[in-house]
Design a protein around this ligand. Structure first.
Ligand code: AMP
Ligand code: ZN
Length: 114
């Protein structure tokens, strides 16, 4: 996807504070954090919304979650707690059209979200 900012981050064509990377996923700091810690974990492959996931993507989505849990432990907020969110389409609040897992931590998060 030529104009996708997250594809560009995945290819190191746009700067980001990268926290983890492997052949399939990359994690970096959100540019406009909504909590003291706000990371994004994304697949390197372009997937526009959660609705575009297909049979066979189970392991990739699982890797996003396992990466989030690993980073929570490494960065020291696993025990205090954190929230993982994936927004889909307009009503879900999605603004970047490449799926991403938000990982929010560092304060007591309210529920339900707005
Ligand atoms: P969403 O609204 O769920 O689509 O989330 C998109 C997130 O991407 C927002 O939290 C933005 O702050 C974040 N974001 C947008 N551009 C960048 C960027 N260049 N680097 C890091 N995070 C970004
Ligand atoms: Zn993309």
């Amino acid at each position: 996807m030529q104009d996708c900012i997250f594809c560009k981050i995945a290819k190191h064509e746009l700067p980001a504070k990268i926290l983890y990377e492997d052949d399939q996923v990359i994690a970096f700091n959100d540019i406009d954090p909504k909590a003291p810690t706000h990371l994004l974990v994304i697949p390197k492959r372009h997937i526009t919304t959660l609705n575009d996931l297909e049979e066979g993507d189970e392991a990739l989505v699982g890797r996003l979650q396992v990466t989030a849990a690993k980073l929570a432990k490494e960065l020291g907020f696993a025990e205090a707690g954190y929230r993982v969110v994936m927004n889909c389409n307009e009503d879900g609040g999605q603004t970047v059209w490449h799926i991403h897992m938000h990982v929010l931590a560092g304060r007591s998060l309210t529920w339900p979200p707005g």
